[in-house]
Design a protein around this ligand. Structure first.
Ligand SMILES: Nc1ncnc2c1ncn2[C@@H]1O[C@H](COP(=O)(O)OP(=O)(O)OP(=O)(O)O)[C@@H](O)[C@H]1O
Ligand SMILES: [Mg+2]
Length: 254
């Protein structure tokens, strides 16, 4: 295949989404490529999380389509999106409060015992799940007071770190992070930024939503800006055009 015939790993085409009177996405199109970090920027209410949820099978688009590797797909549920290779860390952190970190990690895709075991002896491989989840969190330098406690008892930052860690474990193609460092301290933010760079190295397309322009300039290969549900710009973020980017976000450029 030549470079020209390679399709973007993700293409959103003419996306429209309404919530009653709110027109949250107005004819939005964008592409994401393997091995790049795409920043999705915009002020509060611009439509970023809505777009993420449409790509992740939480909301259905009213109009438009989503293509993965060039093929139009119908993502009817978060599980369908996950099966298609889309890992998402939601802004509103979809962890299950009453489950432990390991149970949250593997929820919906628990490590099953080998199939050669008689049916009655099969059980979820709890210890292996605990071990894997603990290894990943350790690599991320995430310190939890108690690994086997329900996540309801953990801080916002700890929960955010668990959600990011979970996405990185299962990343295969597209990783979407909706404000992944919003609740994190400096040290933990740094870990997450390193992790994003690593996901890119591994060939994933990473879509990063953040209000932190320093992080955008440091990490993003490309930025798409939404304003009031519309795509208003696309550029390569650099220190030299940081002001231009901010103006695009708030609409000051006219
Ligand atoms: N489930 C919903 N029901 C009704 N309106 C919604 C829903 N989700 C989002 N909206 C509306 O759609 C618009 C876009 O919201 P969205 O959450 O996508 O913004 P955002 O760019 O992620 O903002 P922020 O930076 O604050 O997270 C807002 O006006 C919001 O109130
Ligand atoms: Mg949002």
């Amino acid at each position: 295949m030549t470079a020209q015939t390679v399709a973007p790993v993700l293409a959103v085409r003419h996306a429209q989404k309404r919530f009653g009177a709110v027109h949250a996405l107005k004819d939005v199109s964008l592409e994401a490529w393997r091995g790049e970090v795409l920043a999705l920027l915009g002020d509060n209410g611009a439509g970023k999380s809505t777009l993420v949820k449409c790509i992740s099978g939480v909301h259905a688009l009213d109009e438009g389509e989503i293509r993965l590797d060039g093929e139009a797909v119908a993502l009817h549920s978060p599980a369908a999106a996950r099966n298609a290779g889309i890992e998402t860390v939601y802004q509103d952190l979809a962890l299950f409060d009453n489950l432990t970190p390991a149970q949250n990690f593997y929820c919906g895709r628990e490590l099953a015992s080998p199939s050669w075991l008689p049916r009655g002896l099969r059980f979820l491989n709890g210890r292996a799940m605990d071990r894997q989840a603990a290894e990943v969190l350790d690599r991320l330098k995430v310190r939890l007071p108690k690994f086997d406690a329900p996540v309801a008892l953990m801080s916002g930052g700890q929960r955010q770190a668990i959600a990011v860690a979970r996405a990185t474990v299962f990343a295969r193609k597209i990783v979407i992070l909706d404000e992944p460092t919003a609740a994190l301290g400096l040290r933990e933010s740094r870990k997450v930024l390193d992790l994003i760079a690593q996901l890119r190295e591994e060939g994933n397309a990473v879509i990063l939503i953040t209000h932190n322009m320093e992080h955008v300039v440091e990490l993003a290969d490309r930025a798409v800006v939404l304003r009031q549900g519309q795509k208003v710009g696309e550029l390569k973020p650099e220190r030299a055009n940081q002001q231009e980017l901010v103006a695009m976000i708030v609409g000051a450029a006219g």
